[in-house]
Design a protein around this ligand. Structure first.
Ligand code: FRU
Length: 504
């Protein structure tokens, strides 16, 4: 009897610990080769775009394109994860399953505070998800109206969802690529606004109740990058020097700045019906190869936090991870900055990262202070330094097998780069190895650099997030060595290496 009791007690303890940690604590979980330690990735199987990101009652919800049966793309579900700080995640049961209308493609979620939808009951505020449904049968049959928009609501703070019986709420007018609704409350017009990707442009719709939608306008057929289809848009206001500017994010695949997937942005005005911009050049939120389909959290007030999918459709289904495929970027706080009369978006890792940031390593430089080298690096860390007298320099992350990733700046072309020509495994796709470039937007002689290095990714935030690049890599052994290269008189100062605690 005693034995049985003890057993019960022990298993109860194990259960509650696992529950608190919120993870599938199977032996080795989240410890596999290449498993990101400071980025969200699903415990297992396939993940692409972040979806339905909404902050409600102290919880950041992250839904995501999820295929629970394989590590490649398939009939899409909405996976779900929750966090109190956007850093530590707890994966939750699947939120939305495919149905007779179709797969559950990308979309957004809102807090329907005034119960405009009528889904609220007994004073409970509904969360409403708005998503694209993709009908594979219609697609196969060669129809052009197989993508429509549907809604679902939750009265238990995102735990369970009920699909609206009147779905789809927005039918397809005959446009094959008609998807990824991002909805926001537009207070001056007392209405909801949907920003929808419609092939080669954005179409705006409005609604009083999330169920009945009216087309307002189109934007972009003749603007920005058009190397591929437009997907996953987002529209939100940001302030700069007391003035409101509207930011429109549009993901493009292919057609990214370095080939494959990429996310461009436009800065302009929105009057509740129409988006306009005077800007003529194409700007990208991240110039690296691996940040796609990113959007911002809803219901975070004036703070706008962006999260992207850290991959590229060119090779996302082939990267050499076994149990799961793909991760998200670190959450990034967006702001605006004016440079030479033009307004740019800046991205900065969220301040919540401080919770997992450990004491800086003692990094007294070995040898020349301007070509420092460090070995035995932690598995994940932030590297920060300042550059004066800016000219060519680079930083190589490498391992004993000579596999490396080089991040640098080329003055003659005024651009940052990530050289991923010999990073380790590359044979899974011919496009994976290569060098990727980002224009340096800031023009001063000094620059601040911040790199977030994880088991299989690096995120570069240069000049306080004006030029951003994200890249994944798969070395045969972890990169535990770091070496600066600098023979053009650049002054490297204030090098800091801050180890990061695993979030799992
Ligand atoms: C972007 C995307 C979306 C679509 C989803 C399908 O990566 O193609 O446009 O809704 O993925 O999984």
């Amino acid at each position: 009897m005693m034995k049985i009791k003890q057993c019960l007690l022990i298993s109860f303890c194990l259960f509650s610990a696992a529950h608190l940690k919120g993870q599938d604590k199977a032996a080795g979980a989240y410890k596999e080769q290449y498993r990101p330690q400071v980025h969200f990735s699903p415990a297992k199987k396939w993940m692409n775009d972040p979806n339905g990101m909404v902050f409600y009652k102290g919880v950041y919800h992250l839904f995501f394109q999820y295929y629970p049966n394989a590590t490649i793309w398939g009939p899409m579900h909405w996976g779900h994860a929750e966090s109190a700080d956007m850093i530590h995640w707890k994966q939750m049961p699947i939120a939305l399953y495919p149905d007779s209308i179709g797969y559950i493609f990308s979309g957004s979620a809102v807090v329907d505070e005034h119960n405009t939808s009528g889904f609220g009951k007994n004073g409970k505020i509904p969360l409403v998800a708005i998503f694209c449904q993709h009908d594979p049968v219609g697609e196969k049959a060669g129809k052009d109206n197989f993508q429509t928009q549907s809604i679902a609501y939750s009265l238990d703070e995102g735990q369970t969802w009920t699909k609206y019986p009147g779905n789809p709420v927005l039918k397809n007018p005959g446009i094959k690529d008609f998807r990824d609704p991002k909805v926001m409350w537009y207070a001056p017009g007392n209405k909801w606004v949907m920003t929808l990707a419609t092939k080669d442009r954005i179409t705006f719709y409005s609604s009083p109740n999330l169920k009945d939608w009216t087309k307002e306008s189109e934007f972009g057929a003749d603007k920005g990058g058009h190397g591929g289809v437009w997907e996953c848009p987002d529209l939100f206001p940001l302030q700069l020097d007391g003035k409101t500017h509207w930011v429109l994010l549009v993901s493009n695949n292919p057609g990214g700045p370095n080939g494959g997937s990429g996310t461009q942005y436009f800065i302009g005005d929105f009057d509740g019906k129409k988006f306009t911009t005077a800007s003529t050049d194409t700007k990208w939120i991240d110039y690296g190869p691996d940040d796609y389909a990113g959007v911002t959290w809803a219901n975070t007030g004036n703070r706008k936090v962006f999260l992207g999918w850290m991959s590229n459709w060119t090779y996302a289904t082939q990267v050499p991870t076994e149990k799961w495929r793909n991760a998200m970027t670190v959450p990034r706080e967006l702001a605006l900055k004016q440079i030479d009369g033009s307004i740019f978006l800046t991205s900065a890792p969220v301040k919540e990262l401080a919770q997992i940031t450990l004491k800086p390593l003692n990094v007294a430089a070995k040898g020349n202070v301007n070509t420092p080298a460090y070995s035995s690096l932690p598995a994940q860390y932030i590297l920060k330094f300042k550059v004066h007298n800016i000219n060519d320099y680079s930083i190589a992350l490498s391992n004993e097998a000579g596999e490396k990733l080089i991040i640098g700046y080329d003055k003659s072309k005024n651009r940052y780069y990530i050289d991923r020509t010999k990073p380790g495994k590359t044979d899974f796709n011919t496009q994976f190895a290569g060098t990727f470039f980002a224009r340096r937007i800031s023009s001063g002689p000094s620059s601040d650099i911040e790199l977030i290095v994880d088991a299989s990714s690096v995120e570069l935030f240069a000049d306080r997030g004006l030029s951003v690049m994200t890249g994944v890599f798969f070395p045969n052994k972890p990169y535990d060595h770091l070496q600066f290269q600098n023979d053009k008189g650049v002054i490297i100062k204030d090098v800091e290496i801050l180890p990061l605690k695993s979030i799992w």
